[in-house]
Design a protein around this ligand. Structure first.
Ligand code: NAP
Length: 363
């Protein structure tokens, strides 16, 4: 019997080719994993009538650990995001997105080591929306007027932004526990509490209360307004350590951080709950590159590196990271995105699988 059983969701777009490369590298690192393949996304709609069949969730619940490729979300129509649904269904409340410099990535900075902890279950991502012209929107508009809290134009669509004490407490506690376990020095709560007094304001109040409980832990606490954080991340990326953010700011600043380290192709992520963990890159399905053997699998492979740490396979995780650093550092057998940002041309770029071959040779 394999030492670990992991649910593998290949996803769509560039997902299948990236997860193939990831799997080859993990297996070459000598980790004994049985992959339980579970298909989700637009491609399974016809077969199962839903983009997220029950057996996918059952598989993750059983195995407790999953790794996935990206899954396309149609904009403004069609099904809701499968990625968001998986996080909500399994209550994967903490989204961990480390952004660390890899020499040779062509990034503007070379000294970045930031960890974003994004709340994953509420905020504007709660999916509570009322379309323009709907009965729900009309009643909400009437309610706001009757309560005297504000005038909403009658032709508005409305999305709710719930932020709870419960959701905030556990994500800020997670950030502090992560900081302590990983020798980090500071947690910064990011918010817009000056404007959004009852959602972000509550987030900040609870974050401060939790920080009090961790006084003496050796981890400092501060808070920062989200727009100022964006500017200071670009001006002084070396200032930051662990950031804890409500869902939407976490999403946006993850991509900003990915940009600081050289792009989405190398930014890994993890969604962690009390029971299960699902690992996935920050990036999406990049449909224009699907099936072209072009996309960079590093983010997917580094997500597997995080998964291996989670499984206690620290040696293999370390060897995979070292191989990534070596191959990107040399800059020879790298994908188009790294060539482009480092050399200003995609000449000499290798494909997804050839890059994985280069990693495997370095393990
Ligand atoms: P995206 O798929 O992340 O791609 C945006 C751009 O980022 C690409 O055009 C490419 O830039 C670069 N990129 C992304 N992944 C890369 C990789 N592995 N290697 C090299 N470059 C990479 O964002 P999107 O086009 O906005 O989203 C596409 C779909 O994915 C949407 O349906 C979205 O909802 C979904 N999505 C899914 C997830 C998820 O599954 N968790 C997350 C985010 C988005 P260049 O063209 O400049 O090279």
């Amino acid at each position: 019997m394999a030492k670990h059983t992991v649910t593998l969701i290949p996803g769509d777009g560039i997902g299948p080719e990236l997860t193939t490369a990831m799997r080859r590298v993990v297996e070459a690192a000598g980790v004994d994993i049985e992959w339980e393949i579970a298909e989700a996304g637009a491609d399974v709609m016809d077969k199962y009538g839903t983009p997220l069949p029950q057996h996918v969730l059952d598989s993750i619940r059983k195995n407790k650990v999953a790794i996935k490729g990206p899954i396309t979300t149609p904009v403004g129509t069609g099904f809701r995001s499968v990625n968001v649904a998986i996080r909500k269904e399994l209550d994967l409340y903490a989204c961990l997105r480390p952004a660390f410099s890899i020499a040779g990535s062509g990034a503007r900075y070379d000294d970045i080591d930031i960890v974003l902890v994004r709340e994953n279950t509420e905020d504007l991502y709660a999916g509570i929306e009322f379309p323009e012209g709907s009965d729900g929107a009309r009643r909400l508009i009437e309610f706001a007027a009757a309560e005297g809290v504000g005038t909403i134009r009658p032709d508005s669509g409305i999305s709710l932004k719930p932020i709870s004490i419960t959701g905030t407490r556990r994500i800020v506690k997670y950030a502090f526990d992560y900081a302590i376990a990983n020798g980090r020095k500071k947690v910064t709560a990011v918010h817009k509490a000056n404007i959004l007094k009852h959602s972000d304001g509550l987030f900040l109040k609870v974050a401060r209360e939790v920080a009090e409980e961790y006084a003496g832990s050796g981890v400092a606490f501060e808070d920062y307004i989200v727009d100022a954080t964006c500017m200071q991340l670009v001006l002084h990326p070396e200032w930051w350590d662990v950031l804890v953010l409500p869902n939407l700011y976490g999403d946006i600043l993850s991509d900003l951080s990915a940009g600081l380290i050289g792009g989405l192709g190398i930014a890994p992520g993890a969604n962690i709950g009390a029971e299960c963990a699902v690992f996935e890159p920050v990036h999406g399905s990049a449909p224009k590159y699907a099936g072209k053997d072009m996309a960079n699998p590093t983010a997917e492979i580094l997500s597997a590196m995080l998964m291996l740490k989670h499984l206690g396979e620290t040696d293999a995780a370390g060897r995979i990271l070292a191989a990534v650093r070596a191959v990107i550092g040399e800059g020879e057998r790298v994908t188009y995105d790294i060539k482009r940002s480092r050399f200003g041309t995609t000449d000499g770029a290798v494909g997804t699988q050839a890059y994985a071959d280069a990693l495997i040779e370095r393990l």
